[in-house]
Design a protein around this ligand. Structure first.
Ligand code: KIV
Length: 275
């Protein structure tokens, strides 16, 4: 069954937890889809895990469209949500135009943007253009400079109230779901109980309607640091390094390739006939 913004909302009503992961390429999207994932986010985290920047800020619309195209070719059943990158939705006109590009050129089924009350009008305008919007609140990585680093948000009355007000605003604007990132579990619980749309948590505890992780974090493929909210389900980084090392050793020693198993034979007399 193809997931859509409508099936996501229905999942909240039926109490079914939603599973999401990021993907940025065809092969990973296919593997996730075949595994039964509910939703795939083409996150602007691609700036860090695919392009090697130290934040998501340099990511462009062209980057997002390029990776969205790869993912949508691989995802048959999962809902594909694509991030609007930093400074691509700061006016209403810009937001609608760029959301439209992600759908028309990238094949997105929905777009995600970071922000609440301040982006009410952008969300409303995109939804009015028949493009489903997933909002993103809490530790929103595009605000890393304003936050002074990647820090948990909403730990005091003022900031918790702001995030709750943001959640109310994005629901009012017509968002079909919201990512809650890096906020305390009790605040995530309050928002999840109050909103009628699904909350998807990352570092927000077990109280949200679904979970999302960056797949390189889940597979331990990216960097040395393990954020507290990440669980490693496999040590693929270690396995890749071991496999690459074995290949290099076999090439150097001549153990790869083995002509009998990995080479192509021919009638040797043909070689004798060559001038
Ligand atoms: O860009 C991204 O991957 C995200 C997730 C961390 C939610 O926004």
């Amino acid at each position: 069954m193809k997931h859509t913004a409508v099936t996501f909302r229905a999942a909240k009503e039926s109490g079914e937890k939603l599973s999401m992961l990021t993907a940025y390429d065809y092969t990973t999207a296919r593997l996730l889809d075949e595994s039964g994932i509910d939703g795939i986010l083409v996150g602007d985290s691609l700036g860090m895990v695919m392009l090697g920047y130290d934040s998501t800020l340099p990511v462009t619309m062209e980057d997002m469209i390029h990776h969205a195209k790869c993912v949508t070719r691989g995802a048959k059943n999962a809902l594909v949500v694509v991030d609007l990158p930093f400074m691509a939705y700061h006016t209403v006109d810009q937001a609608v135009e760029n959301a439209g590009r992600l759908v028309k050129e990238g094949g997105a089924q929905a777009v995600k943007l970071e922000g609440g009350v301040a982006f009410h009008d952008q969300i409303k305008a995109i939804v009015t253009a028949s493009i489903p919007v997933m909002a993103h609140l809490g530790l929103t990585p595009q605000s890393v400079n304003a936050f002074g680093g990647f820090k948990v948000q909403g730990k005091n009355v003022k900031t918790a109230q702001q995030i709750l007000d943001d959640a109310r605003a994005i629901e009012d604007a017509g968002a079909f779901a919201v990512v809650l990132e890096g906020i305390p579990t009790p605040l995530a619980r309050k928002i999840t109980e109050e909103l009628s749309i699904p909350t998807i948590g990352i570092g927000a505890g077990d109280v949200t309607d679904g979970q999302i992780l960056v797949y390189q974090d889940l597979l331990d493929m990216y960097g040395e640091m393990k954020p507290k909210f990440v669980r490693h389900y496999a040590e693929i980084g270690t396995q890749m390094r071991e496999a690459f090392g074995s290949y290099i050793r076999d090439v150097k020693s001549g153990a790869f390739p083995d002509n009998a198993k990995e080479g192509f034979a021919m009638d040797e007399s043909i070689i004798d006939q060559l001038k």
